[in-house]
Design a protein around this ligand. Structure first.
Ligand code: UTP
Length: 505
């Protein structure tokens, strides 16, 4: 802990002396915890951070990729579920399972976000979207890991581990840790779940002043999901990966309820292509869909925000009417450990800082707590995908949105990406799997229900059918359980029910 006089003079030098405005009013206990917080800040970087934040916020509107040379990802570097034949897909899948069976694949979850749009006071991974099982996102993901390990073992006679690295922040570490402990790590070995923390940085006003959240507390925010690269170094995570023999990382966001954990097809595709960096994408739903597009800008790969793409490119179509810039980023990436090492050692300091204008509660000059109704603060964030530019062999892999992407971003009531749409996407997928396996569904009165596999997120599927990841990872193995079975909705196909159905053959 630094002496207060030293902190005071450094803050003055940085033009931030207001931080100690209420110092004399604080209790001894609050003084010492505030001093601990201030001592942990990189006080010498503070001036630069504040100036850069204010400058970036002033220029936020002018940032654009319009004047640069933009090209779509060349077709030879894009794989696609839709456009590949079954033999090719099986080949990639086999490669993926082989790597998994040899403990060379790990998952890396980005779970340090504050989830402000969803607005719950706990980490998003602990959210229950209202499935019949009431499983949380964390539990669904854990069970998918268990199942993919089991499938790899069955194929290769191995006893493999897919280590689960979880990046948290000051907001999410303790609750996430406690939740995993209370739930016995959802059946995973606790030594194979590695949690680590990303750094926090101060939120700043538009004129470059650090925001006080309380008289003795700075408003801090995690440094964005691109804070990953610094956190890997801070917490010696790359060394842990090396010790375990992990070579390939599948990195993803906590909020996609359909995430295909350690996806063997995606991993197999990237490994077969010799890629060091890969991005799963979905076809954009319509030209103006507000999603980042993976493309090449001035020769390097990048995700270009929808708002930064020139309008003529947003709408440009190819010979068959398809959108040319259609590779929608879903924050689902492949990295080799060697690539992560290189980025962490050489490039992480060069990552672009993105500006987010947010409503940050603060104490005003008179010491009153204020909850702003419009954005008053700047949070600087790095993005996980900003390392694509450093890749030597980049590939993209297009997957089907209805099977792999349904993020939980907003609270119910919003038009998109809510608990309701996430629940519907998962139930619709499981209903499709059950129909494909030959199931027949009956309503609660025992009347047959017509099959209607195509449902949108705007409606509930006609049948409530939830299949535990412990029964099926991605639709496989259901024929023997469901073929020609008359099943009453709602159906919760967990391991117990699966056993009963097998015995009833
Ligand atoms: P989002 O950009 O959706 O942010 O994060 P968020 O925090 O979940 O939600 P809002 O914007 O406050 O409503 C995408 C992914 O990146 C992670 C999130 O946990 C989520 O998995 N993330 C985000 C981090 O790990 N660290 C961060 O600093 C920010």
């Amino acid at each position: 802990m630094l002496p207060i006089e030293e902190v005071k003079s450094t803050l003055e030098d940085a033009g931030q002396s207001h931080i100690l405005q209420f110092w004399t009013e604080l209790s001894e206990g609050d003084k010492s915890s505030f001093l601990v917080e201030l001592s942990q800040l990189d006080l010498h970087e503070l001036r630069e951070h504040c100036e850069r934040a204010a400058e970036s916020a002033a220029n936020v509107q002018s940032a654009s990729a319009a004047d640069q040379q933009i090209e779509p990802v060349p077709s030879e570097f894009i794989g696609s579920i839709r456009k590949s034949d079954q033999t090719t897909l099986t080949c990639w899948e086999n490669e993926g399972y082989l790597q998994i069976s040899q403990n060379r694949v790990a998952m890396l979850l980005l779970a340090g976000g504050q989830g402000t749009r969803l607005g719950v006071p706990y980490p998003k991974g602990m959210y229950d979207v209202g499935l019949p099982s009431h499983k949380t996102l964390y539990q669904i993901q854990a069970e998918r890991i268990r199942k993919v390990q089991e499938l790899a073992n069955a194929k290769h006679g191995s006893k493999c581990t897919v280590t689960w690295y979880i990046m948290t922040s000051e907001f999410t570490l303790d609750p996430t840790k406690n939740f995993f402990q209370e739930n016995n790590y959802f059946g995973l070995d606790r030594s194979d779940v590695v949690m680590f923390e990303q750094r926090m940085i101060p939120a700043v006003t538009f004129d470059g002043k650090v925001i006080l959240q309380d008289k003795g507390k700075i408003a801090m925010a995690p440094d964005g999901n691109g804070g990953l690269y610094r956190a890997l170094v801070d917490n010696k995570v790359l060394e842990d990966m090396e010790k375990r023999g992990v070579e390939y990382l599948h990195v993803y966001c906590v909020d996609n309820i359909l995430v295909k954990m350690a996806d063997p097809i995606f991993i197999g595709f990237c490994v077969s292509k010799g890629a060091d960096c890969g991005a799963k994408v979905v076809e954009k739903a319509y030209p103006a869909e507000p999603v980042g597009v993976v493309c090449r800008v001035a020769g390097v790969y990048q995700v270009v925000e929808y708002s930064e793409l020139p309008l003529d490119l947003v709408e440009q179509r190819g010979p068959e009417g398809e959108l040319v810039y259609s590779a929608g980023n879903i924050c689902n990436h492949f990295f080799t450990r060697a690539f992560l090492n290189e980025v962490a050692q050489k490039y992480q300091g060069q990552l672009k800082q993105h500006v987010a204008l947010k409503k940050v509660p603060f104490v005003d000059q008179d010491g009153n707590m204020v909850k702003p109704t419009k954005p008053n603060g700047i949070k600087m964030e790095k993005f996980v995908f900003d390392v694509f530019q450093f890749s030597r062999k980049f590939v993209a892999f297009e997957v089907l949105r209805e099977d792999e992407f349904s993020p939980l971003k907003n609270a119910d009531g919003a038009p998109l990406d809510t608990p309701t749409t996430a629940r519907r996407s998962l139930l619709a997928q499981h209903y499709r799997w059950a129909l494909a396996a030959g199931a027949n569904f009956l309503d609660a009165q025992g009347k047959p229900l017509p099959s209607r596999p195509r449902v949108t997120q705007d409606e509930d599927p006609p049948v409530v059918c939830e299949i535990s990841p412990l029964v099926s990872f991605f639709g496989e193995g259901l024929d023997q359980l469901l073929r020609q079975k008359a099943l009453t909705t709602p159906l919760l196909l967990d391991e117990k029910r699966a056993k009963e159905l097998l015995q009833a053959q």
